[in-house]
Design a protein around this ligand. Structure first.
Ligand code: 13P
Length: 251
């Protein structure tokens, strides 16, 4: 049985004051014991969040990390080893906002994924198609290529210690959610692609859905057989809403 996970990606949101408020809200949540819960604050606030959530069973991750594992001369970047030192256990790799706005390509993401794993961080590889690609019937091809680039370079075994988030770009921050069946179809294809190489890895890896998840649609999404939880953007900035989504994953 895969343990469900709900993770909040705070993106580029927050001030010290608003983060303190969110930490306070999270600290008071009653979280289901069978669900792994994580948050990904902006790097600037990671220390504050780790200090503030001490004693809570909420993991903390970063939204991005460097292509090199260890600290060194790389202005503006944060090394995976520095994230581990700060107390992080996870890192997002290849969020669509970074692919699209920061121009991150598969070659760079392979390096980020490997560098993170080399330090013991769990990479959360984000994949997903644009609306144009979906309308052209290319969803599985695009997602398959994004996933395949990592499998080819690092081997399917890399996913024994990784998580995958399927986030259709057209559903991110738009209020449009993939239907449970649409999301399930892509999750099943991702698992099948892994299973073609190694069925044990495929059965063990957690596949999260992201894209306008709210408490109101979470139960149905998380009820699908290959959806093991969610990567939540906007709704994770509200502790009560986030808590309700976590409880939906526990059902
Ligand atoms: P929203 O939940 O705001 O659509 O964002 C999803 C996302 O991009 C999480 O990484």
């Amino acid at each position: 049985m895969r343990r469900p996970m709900v993770a909040g990606n705070w993106k580029m949101h927050g001030t010290r004051a608003s983060v303190a408020e969110l930490i306070n809200g999270l600290s008071h949540l009653v979280l289901p014991s069978g669900v792994d819960v994580a948050v990904f604050p902006p790097c600037l606030h990671i220390n504050q969040v780790i200090d503030g959530l001490q004693g809570q069973s909420i993991s903390v991750g970063a939204q991005n990390s460097a292509v090199e594992s260890l600290q060194g001369a790389l202005t503006g970047e944060i090394a995976p080893s520095q994230l581990v030192d700060a107390g992080c256990s996870l890192v997002l790799v290849g969020h669509s906002e970074r692919r699209q706005i920061m121009g991150e390509r598969d070659e760079m993401l392979i390096r980020k994924f490997a560098a993170a794993q080399a330090c013991g961080l769990i990479p959360v590889l984000c994949v997903g198609e644009t609306l144009e690609q979906r309308e052209a019937g290319k969803t599985l091809e695009v997602v398959g290529r994004q996933l395949g680039s990592i499998i080819e370079e690092l081997g399917v075994g890399a996913f024994a210690k990784a998580i995958i988030a399927y986030e259709p770009v057209w559903a991110i921050g738009t209020g449009l959610t993939a239907s449970p069946q649409q999301a399930q179809d892509v999750h099943a294809a991702i698992r099948a692609q892994l299973a073609a190489e190694n069925s044990e890895v495929a059965q063990g890896v957690r596949l999260l859905y992201g894209g306008s998840v709210k408490a109101a649609n979470a139960v149905e999404l998380f009820g699908m057989p290959d959806i093991d939880g969610g990567l939540i953007g906007g709704a994770s900035l509200n502790a009560d809403e986030f808590g309700a989504i976590c409880r939906a994953a526990g059902n």
